[in-house]
Design a protein around this ligand. Structure first.
Ligand code: SAH
Length: 369
């Protein structure tokens, strides 16, 4: 079997300095490489024009850059671009580029597939193929930034996968986006299904990011129907971890609430949700996400406009700041997984997708905050 060379993408400046030293160069060569990768997004060692040719050749003998390859892009009328990216081993993930008038945001995946098994999410149906590396997570950002006329200033970890089940790579990628790419940590949002040990660990990382919790139900029984992992951690444990997170980081969380017609969209449920967050003294905003249609055995459907409005009013009346996601990129199936799946069906040879049914979130995307 062919020996796989390690990737430079994913290494921080310190690690790149170490690599330079090991290859007989001064440490500052590592800093040069870091600039080429994270600030200029060059996709070949040869483009690193201030490195001596001999050093570039030595680098090439021991390392690859490790860029994800753009397999497919789809552009919507609103400017949203959906990317299908192929990784070194032939696996693929989806990433989304989201231009708003005041900023550009990127939505990144953290795993190929997902182990969470959420009933309303298409990615879950295929299970987990593997974790992404920190380089593969940041690589999604870099690929999109390379093509973008505008600076991508915001990143949401709301693509395929559960970031806190790929904890080390997720944290490293956050540090790379902050430290190497130079984004403001405050503009980075990690969304979790509620992995308690991950939330508690993240609280201690000293990263001023935003944590978003996918809540979706005001009580354990209903939540367990929607999110199988809810059986492992009860809402009280999850919210206690969130309160601890808020206490340590002094940052408010965001609560995501997926609205499914006739399932979790009643005003009573809105009031129960407000009371639950109140009980845990968690002041964060609630972000309502109308269900983006995915075929499910339960026959889940999108709530009516009226139901969404009533739910929202009940929350607001209970004193909760509430936002609603705008739907973007509908025409291009911005729902992650739809694109990947379609491509896999039409182009088996180049894609080699392992899990057959990936995700379908993200036709609903976060509003600018
Ligand atoms: N695993 C993480 C992050 C990825 S999912 C998490 O659960 O938060 C990002 C968001 O998209 C979550 O809030 C998830 O519940 C939501 N989502 C998944 N499927 C969806 C669908 N069909 N329609 C709308 N939102 C969906």
């Amino acid at each position: 079997m062919e020996h796989k060379l390690p990737c430079l993408l994913g290494c921080n400046t310190k690690e790149l300095e170490q690599i330079a030293i090991e290859l007989g160069e001064p440490a500052y060569r590592g800093r040069q490489i870091a600039r080429w990768i994270y600030r200029k997004q060059v996709d070949s060692l040869d483009a690193m024009s201030d490195l001596p040719a001999a050093f570039r050749a030595r680098l090439a003998a021991h390392y690859v850059l490790g860029w994800p390859q753009v397999v497919h892009r789809e552009v919507a009328a609103d400017g949203t671009i959906k990317y299908l990216l192929r990784l070194e081993d032939g696996q693929s993930v989806e990433s989304v580029y989201l231009p708003y008038p005041d900023r550009v945001s990127a939505c990144l995946s953290t795993q190929v597939g997902c182990p969470a098994g959420c009933r309303f999410c298409a990615t879950a149906q295929g299970g987990l193929a593997r974790n992404l590396t920190a380089g593969e997570i940041v690589g999604q950002y870099l690929v999109m930034q390379r093509e973008s006329p505008r600076r991508i200033s915001h990143v949401v970890y709301m693509g395929m996968g559960e970031p806190l089940w790929n904890y080390e790579a997720t944290v490293k990628s956050l540090r790379l986006l902050g430290g190497e790419v130079g984004l403001s940590m405050r503009n980075l949002t990690v969304s979790t299904v509620g992995v308690v040990p991950g939330i508690l660990a993240l609280a201690k990382e000293d990263l001023p990011i935003t944590l978003a919790l996918s809540l979706h139900a005001p009580d354990d029984a209903l939540r367990a129907r929607l999110i199988p992992t809810a059986r492992k951690w009860k809402l009280d444990e999850i919210l206690a971890a969130c309160a601890e997170y808020a206490r340590i980081t002094k940052r408010n969380l965001t609560f995501e609430y997926l609205l499914i017609g006739g399932v979790n969209d009643s005003p009573e449920q809105a009031r129960a949700l407000a009371a639950l967050l109140e009980r845990w003294k968690l002041p964060g905003n609630v972000n309502l996400i109308p269900f983006n249609y995915v075929e499910t055995p339960e026959g889940f459907r999108r709530p009516t406009r009226e139901a969404i409005a009533r739910f929202r009013e009940a929350l607001v009346a209970a004193g909760r700041v509430t936002t609603q996601r705008m739907t973007r990129g509908d025409a291009i199936n911005a729902a992650c997984g739809q694109l990947r799946r379609r491509m896999a069906l039409s182009d088996n040879k180049t894609l080699r997708v392992v899990s057959s049914v990936p995700r379908a979130m993200l036709s609903s995307l976060p509003e600018p905050t």
